[in-house]
Ligand binder design. Sequence first.
Ligand SMILES: Nc1ncnc2c1ncn2[C@@H]1O[C@H](COP(=O)(O)OP(=O)(O)OP(=O)(O)O)[C@@H](O)[C@H]1O
Ligand SMILES: [Zn+2]
Ligand SMILES: [Zn+2]
Length: 802
Amino acid sequence: MTVAEIIVDVPTMQTNRPFEYSIPEALNDVVVPGMRVEVPFGRGKRKIQGFVMKTKDQSDFKGKLKPISRVIDLKPVLSNEMLQLSYWLADKTYSFQISCLQTMLPSVMRAKYKQYAIPLDKTDPEVLNLFQGQATFEITNSLTDSQIRLINRLRKNEKIDLRYVVENKAQQIKRQAVMTDLNIIQLHEAKNELRGNAKSQVKLLDFLIQHLNDLPVEMSELQKNFGIARSAIKTAEKNKLLKIVEVTKLRKPEGINPEKTTKLELTDEQQVAVDQIGQAISREQPETFLIEGVTGSGKTEVYLQTIEKALQQDKTALMLVPEISLTPQMVNRVVGRFGNQVAVLHSGLSSGERYDEWTRIENGDVKVVVGARSAVFAPLQRIGLIIIDEEHEASYKQDDNPRYNARDVALWRSKVNHCPVVLGSATPSLESRARAEKGVYHLIRMKKRINNQNLPHVQIVDMRDAENSSIKGDFSPVLKNNLQATLENHDQAIILLNRRGYSSFMMCRECGFVLKCPNCDVSLTYHKDLGKMKCHYCGHEEPVPNSCPNCRSKKIGFYGTGTQNIEQQLNDLFPEARVLRMDVDTTRRKGAHAKILQKFGSHQADILLGTQMIAKGLDFPDVTLVGVINADTTLSLADFRASERTFQLLTQVSGRAGRAKKTGRVVIQTFNPDHYAIKDAAKQDYETFFKQEMYLRHQSNYTPYYFTTLISVANKDEGQTLKQSYWLKKQLQTALSKDAILLGPSPTMISRKQNKYYYQIIVKYKHEPKLHDKLLEILNETQADAKKGFTIAIDNEPQHID
Ligand SMILES: Nc1ncnc2c1ncn2[C@@H]1O[C@H](COP(=O)(O)OP(=O)(O)OP(=O)(O)O)[C@@H](O)[C@H]1O
Ligand SMILES: [Zn+2]
Ligand SMILES: [Zn+2]
C-alpha cells in the first residue's frame, strides 16, 4: 500500500473528510488503518495528528501527495469496527469525525505520553541487537524508518511489546518509578565496584538485577515491599545506576473487592428470560430484548446468567450502567461473579486508571466490561451480548459533542457483532416500550418480585391538606409516624429529596434579590466545603455575602430546602437516629459514594437521606420505608418528559422498600396528588402510565410519535443570536414539508451561559428526507461565521429540553 486516507485533528467543517497522504516506502506495511500518525498539514511546516482510515495502492489525486511524517502508534488503537462506527456516529450526531474517533479512546491517549519498547524474547538475536543491552528504550521520532519496521515486525511476532508512560496530564495519578538503562552485565559490574559498606546500594542493585524485566517499578513499592530507602534510590540515581520516571499507577479501582458469588436458582420468570436471551446468543442474532421487570424482580441475576452463557461460548459481554450508578452494588455483583475477567470503566476513574482498564480490554485480558456511557466504545472483540441496565436513564445520552446515545451505539455494535442487546428497567423509556409494542424489540415482562414479596404499599400525602399545610418543616405527620415506627423496629429508611438543582441558593427575604452569576443567568449555589457561592456553569465563585448587595438588609439567607436543612430537621425530630446524607456535597470525594452506601448497607445508620442519586438500583434488605419529601419538583420541569421523569423517579425510589423478607411502605408527599404520574407511580403501574403518557404524546406530537431535533444558537450579542436564529428557521423551512413542526426560536431556560445568549429551535417530524442534508449545509455555512462567535449545536433526540 502506498496511499493512506487520513482524518486529521483539525475540527472544522472544511477538514471533516479524509485527506490522502503517501506512505513512505520504509513504512510500507507498517501503516495500517486504526493507527495514529503525524502528518504535515496546510502551508508551512505544521505537523498534526491524524487517524489512518484506509490504505490503498492508488490515488485519484493528480499532484504529488505529501508523505506521512511518522507513525505515532506502532499498532492500531482502533479496530476496523470502531473506524466504521466513527462514520456512522459522525453522521448521526452531526459531529466532526475526528471528535468521534477521539471519543472512542481513553483521554490519556490525547495527552502527551512516551512510548517505550520492552523485550519479551530475550534470546532472539534481533531483539538483543535492537536493545543493545538496554532494558528498554523510548520510541521517538529519531528512530529510522527501518528501525520502526523492525520494531513493528518484532511486535507482531510477540518478541517485544510497547508500553505507554504518560508524561504530564492534570488530574492523573502519577507515581515515581524506578527504571534503568543498564543491562544485566553492567548492573553486575556496578555491584562489584561498590564498597563493602554500601549495603543499601548492594541491596538496590540486587533488586534491579532480579527485577530487570519488571521495570519500571513504583518507588513506593520498592520502599514498602523491598525495604529499600528513598535515600538509597536517590544515591543510585546520582550515580547513574537508575532513572526515576513518572508512571500512571496501575491498579484496580477502589471499592471493588466483592465476595465471590455463585449463580442463584432462577425463578420461572427469570428462567424464561435467560432462555430466550441465551438462544439469541447462540444463534448470533442481533435481536433487542426489553426486560420490563418490576423493582426487585431480579433483573441482575438474569444479566449475570446470560453473560455466563456468552462466556461459555467463548464470547465477551458488555454491560452498561447509568452514570450515577457509580452504583458500586451492581459493579460488585458482576465482579463478584466473574472476578478478574471483568474490567470496570466509569467516570470515577482517574484517566490513568481508565487507560489501564482500556489496555486490559484491548489486550484481550478481560471478557466482561462494565461501565457507564462511554464504555460502549470498549475495544472488546467477539461480543456475544450487550446489556443496558436502567435503560431509561438520560445519562446514556452525552450532552456534549458528539451528542450520542449509548443505546443507539449499542444497537449498532450488536448488528456488527451479531449479538443480542438486552435493555432492562422497571420503568422503560417510552421510546423503547413503544418499539416493543410494535414488535421491533422483544418484550420480556417480569411481574413478580423475588420471594413473591409484594410491591410496597404506597401512601400519597396531600400537602395541601389543613393538617399538612400548617406544619413547620417538611415532614408530614404521616411520614413522621412511619419513620418513628421504622426506627422502633430497627429497620432502615430512605428519604428522597427531589431537587431540581442539587444545592441551595441565596435570596433576600426583604427585597427578593437572588444572588446570581455575573456571567450566566443562573443563581449561584452554596458549596459548604469551600464556604463559597459558586456557578455550576462557568465555575465563577465568590464569598457568601453578609448583607443583601441590593438593599443591604441582613435578611439574606439560603433558600430552598437543601439536604442539609432536611438532615437538621431529622436530627431534631429523631435525635437518636443515625442519618447518612448523600448529595453533591458529601460525594464529591472519590469513593465517597461507595463508602456511604457501604455504611448504610452494613446497618451503621438508620436513615439514608439523599437527592436523586439514591433513587435507583439500591438493594438493601432492611429498608422498609421510603419517604419522598417533594414529589412535585420534577413535574414542574419545562420539558415534555417531565411526567415520565417523575413517574420513573417515584417508581424507582419506591422500589427500594421491602425487597427482601420484610414488607415495604412508601410515603409520597405532594401538592399534586391527582396527577397521573404520581398516582400510577404509587400503584407501581407502568403499563397504565405508559398508555396515558402515549396518549398525551400523541396529542402533542412528541416522541415516540415524532422525531425531535433541537438546534441551539449562541452568541455573545443577544440581538445577533436572535437574528441568526430566524435565519436558521427560514433555512429549515425551505427543506421541510408542511407536516413538520417548527417551534421557536425561543430563549433556553437559562438563556445566558458564560456570557453567551442561547436560543433554540425545535423540529418535530415524522419523515423529512431533506432535513439531514439541510442541517449539514447549515453547519457548513455557519462555520464561516465561527469567527464572529456563533456556535450552533444540533441535538438529535435530545434528552433535556430547557
Ligand atoms: N433467583 C433468585 N433467588 C433468590 N434471590 C434472588 C434471585 N434473583 C435475585 N435475587 C435477589 O433479589 C434481590 C433483587 O434483585 P435485583 O437487585 O436484581 O432486582 P432488580 O430487578 O434489578 O430491581 P431494581 O430494578 O429495583 O434494581 C437481590 O437481592 C437479588 O440478590
Ligand atoms: Zn457562571
Ligand atoms: Zn435585599
